[in-house]
Design a protein around this ligand. Structure first.
Ligand code: ADE
Ligand code: ZN
Length: 322
């Protein structure tokens, strides 16, 4: 067994966290006040949403409150401070520009990168950016984003992501293959949400049509034993978020696929997804999995080694993290 104290002391890496999902209620209230907007609900119930799509609509509302690159930078800095409290040394942070309706893509990415620069200079986590397509977007919108990233190589951007609700969007991977190809040719890492609101087919599409280097969630691969065998065979990492999934899909960690996936030999990393609304932190997620899976200190440290291997930064940064 590994104690909470040991987990807190271990240096960690996080690969699946949405900046949109890191705003605490007090920050949301302050942003609404600044923008002169009414809260949609009382602050103590601000994160009460009915399902994933309703939650994503809420992220559109909060994102639109951020009306300057400097404000985006403050949120980025706050995340790096939150990460440092978990002893997270390095994080890759998903940012979906469609949620940030008041900022241009350039302003959003520049503001966030400046916040992450200040944070790293202050000794907080080294945070990189994964711009994300929304599942509902068109092929042209996705290609535009990928082309922009390929041409401008924005500071701190290391990969391309896609998120959103696949249960609503349906089978969309064929529509995004071109954008993923452009990002790959530009040297960006590729990740995709799949196997959360989609099943095993969504995971297979992400592998076959998007050519991903790793998967966000991916847990519903467990519904297809052949696919699990393939994930093991190819060493495909899954960025798993237990508390987030247990809010929407499973009663508790003991019914969450991570235990079966780990037992099968799938590479799993531990992540928070949306820590503010999920009221979770990375140390807590590690404790949850370590306890349920019976991890000792070596197993727990190995999860971070898996995350370092799966990270999209350069080899020198990885060597420093190891
Ligand atoms: N955006 C923020 N959190 C998400 C999740 N859990 N699934 C899909 N898109 C998201
Ligand atoms: Zn996510």
């Amino acid at each position: 067994a590994v104690s909470d104290e040991m987990i807190a002391l271990l240096p960690k890496v996080e690969l699946h966290v949405h900046l949109e999902g890191t705003l605490e209620p007090t920050r949301i209230a302050q942003l609404a006040d600044l923008a002169g907007k009414e809260l949609p609900r009382p602050l103590d119930r601000i994160f009460e949403t009915t399902d994933l799509s309703d939650f994503l609509a809420f992220l559109d509302w909060t994102g639109r409150l951020v009306t300057s690159p400097d404000l985006a930078g403050e949120l980025a800095y706050d995340f790096a401070a939150r990460a440092a409290r978990d002893n997270t040394m390095y994080a890759e942070v998903i940012i979906n520009p469609t949620h940030w309706g008041a900022l241009s893509l350039d302003d959003l990415l520049a503001g966030v990168a400046a916040g992450f620069d200040r944070a790293q200079a202050d000794g907080l986590a080294d945070c990189r950016i994964l711009p994300s397509i929304l599942r509902q977007q068109s092929e042209a919108e996705a290609v535009d984003l990928a082309n922009h990233l390929a041409e401008h190589q924005p500071h701190r951007v290391v990969g391309l992501s896609i998120d959103g609700d696949e249960a609503v969007a349906g089978r969309t991977a064929p529509r995004f293959a071109a954008a993923y190809r452009i990002a790959k040719d530009a040297g960006l890492g590729l990740t995709a949400h799949a196997g959360e609101s989609s099943g095993a087919d969504g995971v297979r599409d992400a592998l076959d049509l998007l050519g991903v280097d790793r998967l966000d969630h991916g847990i519903r691969a467990v519904e297809d034993p052949e696919l699990v065998a393939r994930l093991v065979d190819e060493g495909q990492p899954l960025n798993v978020c237990v508390t987030s999934n247990c809010r929407r899909m499973y009663p508790d960690v003991h019914h969450h696929p991570i235990l079966e996936l780990l037992a099968a030999g799938v590479n799993c990393t531990i992540n928070t997804d949306d820590p503010a609304p999920m009221q979770c932190d990375l140390n807590g997620e590690f404790a949850l999995v370590a306890d349920a899976a019976g991890w000792d200190l070596t197993d727990t440290a190995a999860a971070t080694a898996t995350a370092i291997d799966a990270a999209f930064c350069d080899h020198a940064t990885k060597a420093d993290l190891r």
